[in-house]
Design a protein around this ligand. Sequence first.
Ligand code: DMJ
Length: 576
Amino acid sequence: MSPGNRRTWALLFLLIISTFYIETSASKLDPFAAKKKRMSEKVRKMFYHAFDNYMMYAFPHDELKPLTKSFTDSLSELGNLKLEHLPREYNGSALSLIESLSSLAILGNHTEFEKAVLWLSENLSFDVDARINLFECNIRVLGGLVSAHILATDSTNRLTKGTYKNQLLVLAKELGQRFLPAFDTPTGLPYAWINLKYGVMENETTETSTSGCGSLILEMGALSHLTGDPRFESAALRALRKLWSMRSSLNLLGTTLDVETGEWIEYSSGIGAGVDSFYEYLLKAHLLFGREELWRMFQSAYLAVQKYFRHGPWYHEADMRTGRATYWQLTSLQAFWPGLQVLVGDVAAANSSHREFFYVWQKFGVLPERYLLDRQMLHPTEKYYPLRPELAESTFYLYQATKDPWYLEVGESIVDSLNLHTRVEGGFASIRDVTTMELEDHQHSFFLAETCKYLYLLFDDSFLVNKNYVFTTEGHPLPILSSWHERLPEAYLPSNWTSVKSEEQPKRASAMSLRICPASQLNCRNNHSPLESVCHIPDARSDHRCLSDEDCGVDSTTCRRRSCSMAGYCGLWLSI
Ligand code: DMJ
């Protein structure tokens, strides 16, 4: 062997040994490292299958039609309302590319990220005759641009090689300015629809939803902080305050309302469609902007939800005036709730609802849009599954909080179902009917922004190490910065801390730091020692399935007796 060959071999050997060493020491620390690696690779491939097909057959239009390998310019139709004014010039705004930016950053794809930024800065224009849904455009386009701008300017990511000149922020500001006329109403509540070129159209509908006018604060607030222009945050905050002032004496809100009169149209509401992200944004905006006022609103709203909507692990709808149950339905959108509960520290409740959602997922293979709980049957028309992310999202949050390996299994099962039922040659298709698995020709942009992202982060959260992000309702990360926090008086004492008694003195702890181990004590460590409650009695079976209450143990965090649910899972059903 020549000296040159020997050196090459020695280097190769060292490389093999060090890779082996890194892998074995990593897997010693984390017994699930190999599974996570395999699964994150699988999800990465899923993302690129969806993204590459979009780029090939649909870009620069909004979304991919994976069955016919064509496109749809859906942004101007989003929101499911009938178009009264058909857009004349609208030819798409590369919606799925904008929605993919933060996912590309998380996957570490600098090249595609930079290419996308360049294309958008040269080609994207909002001066188009398009009637768009304010909420959808806010969470998808404004949120996508603002989040990507922050990621592009974060020196630790090195996503753009010095070429970035705030182009995404310029675009975001232009879009934000086009939103403002929507807020010009006697109530300050914004119109649901606005034409990007001409503002609010004549005879525009005055009806909007609670989430439509109550979930704008993260994106518009971030835009104000980034640009120094307070108008965006003020408009969103004013609308949120007005909406909150319309709550009933039970602290409940309805689902739809009139922006001109400020009166409710639909008094029944729940935690799903038309309301969901309103709750989410109260808490997340409090985390992002440190506003105590939002925390107080969230606290009252959350308690009212738990009191009036919750029935065991399920959430039904109720009339905001009386609190009486109206519709007993499980909807796919509700599956985000356990994720929100993790953020607020209600991990036991999150775990129990999440189990029931997963049970329904397993029963059908995916989550149907609507299931009638009282009649134990699918809704006759809403049998579809449009690749929604909510169950994956909650699974990610629950795994972050508990490190219970069971959530990795849930994630794997979601990935397998998506590949089995929705993957086609031209991307990922929605399911029209979960009983037949008939497909529909639509790959929604949130599959790229959220579904793939949460599944990837479940198995590989390296992007989040030493970072502190809040994810918008569309899955776009925004960093929590003390400079964005409301300045509080010197004597301010936070009221939302959980106190943990230690030997010397009570210690403050955030909900997220109270880790629990519901399924096994493996891999659940706090300061290298297992954290376990003295009262914990594990369920008879490690998968928490049960035939009767006898099979259930005692909850580790609350020390309450668990019981067996209708679906055959142990949980804290009786104490609810
Ligand atoms: C997404 O656009 C957002 O998560 C929104 O808040 C609700 N629905 C879809 C995904 O299901």
